[in-house]
Design a protein. Sequence first.
Length: 106
Amino acid sequence: MEKSVNQGSLPQTGQIVKILRGKDQGQYAVIIRVEDSKFVWIADGDKRRFDQPKKKNVQHLQLQLTISGEVSRSLTESSRVTNAKLRHAVNIFIDSLQSDADEKGE
């Protein structure tokens, strides 16, 4: 189940982000931990796994309106999430972007 958040709000665990800077530029990932108002830890379950997340400046990320309920619930309950769940959340989001573009005829 995906939730929406207001744009311009603070980053939240489970939120999908687009990476704007660095070698992973253009890729999507999930916030797995919010350090403070400036930094978050992200992982995608593939190249960047849960046990080796990347610390990113929030200014280098584009926060998406989607929060993966499955990922945030798992992190809340056990402080862990499987790489498969991270990959699934990112893939679901990318598929939804693709279907939105198809509907608009892009």
